[in-house]
Design a protein. Structure first.
Length: 290
């Protein structure tokens, strides 16, 4: 009798829990997501169909797509993102290879610093590059002091190449982190066997290490590509002349030109490209097992 009485409350509480549908528990996070993200996004889409003249029209889309500024910004965004991703993949693979397989003092500290570096804001890296290679930076200052020239030779930061350098510098650790995790799973015995059989280091990297690194390279490269497409702070802080990306075009139309429908159109295009690439990133990550 005592045992039956003790189990009665548990059964009753279990019954109460079973009467609550599972979808009810999903309502709070969905409501927060909708309020914080989906609702503002819906307002942007709605504004893109409301020209300044009033009414509802797709005129803003036609005007933006027909403009030279939009086409140039789209091309600049794509080539900067692709170039930065390629640079991050090459540099990240080489640096991760050295950290993981070349013993040197402080190697573990460098690996830990990469985790800290991921938390740095992008404009901080840009300011550091400006301090070193800006028109009044350290490198140009040393040159003018030594030669007496009016200005130094390092003027590339205000060009697209400066933006490319800053993005590669900032986003390379996003490739290195998954690579270091992948390299940690490689058995050193495999490398020793390959070396004992006469394989040169380049062949070991190509046939033993690279196949293990491909999933991490695919995942890291896809993520960097998405991040570079949406990068705003680096382009703004470098002050690169003539470098207008899609995020910069949104800023220009909304703040400088007060063309809010046009800015919303560019923002919608940028979001669609980013979501599409993120979907590709998820597919690549899932198939690669990263």
């Amino acid at each position: 009798m005592a045992s039956a009485a003790a189990t009665a409350p548990v059964t009753a509480s279990t019954g109460v829990r079973r009467r609550i549908p599972p979808w009810v528990w999903a309502l709070p996070p969905v409501a927060v997501l909708g309020l914080v993200f989906l609702y503002p996004l819906a307002l942007v889409v709605q504004q893109s169909f409301h020209p300044d003249t009033g009414g509802t029209s797709a005129q803003a889309y036609g005007d933006v797509f027909a403009s030279t500024a939009f086409r140039e910004a789209l091309g600049t965004t794509v080539w900067l993102a692709a170039g930065s991703t390629a640079g991050c993949l090459v540099l990240g693979f080489v640096l991760a290879l050295v950290i993981a397989f070349v013993p040197f003092p402080g190697g573990k500290a460098v690996a830990r610093f990469i985790d800290v570096f991921l938390s740095f804001p992008s404009f901080l890296i840009t300011l550091a590059l400006l301090f070193l290679y800006g028109s009044v930076g350290v490198a140009n200052g040393l040159w003018t002091d030594a030669t007496g020239a009016a200005e130094g030779p390092f003027q590339f930061l205000t060009t697209p190449w400066g933006v490319l350098l800053a993005e590669i510098t900032y986003f390379t650790p996003f490739v290195m982190r998954p690579l270091l995790a992948a390299f940690s799973g490689i058995e050193t015995a495999q490398l020793e066997v390959a070396s004992s059989l006469g394989a040169r280091p380049a062949r070991i990297v190509r046939q033993v290490i690279l196949p293990e690194a491909l999933p991490a390279l695919a995942a890291g490269g896809s993520l960097v590509l998405v991040l570079c497409l949406n990068e705003f702070g680096i382009v703004l802080f470098t002050g690169a002349k003539g470098v207008t990306t899609l995020p910069m075009l949104v800023y220009s139309k909304a703040i400088l030109e007060s063309d809010y429908p046009g800015a919303c159109v560019v923002a919608v295009v940028n979001v669609l490209i980013s979501v599409g690439l993120y979907g590709l990133y998820r597919v690549v990550s899932r198939r690669a097992g990263a």
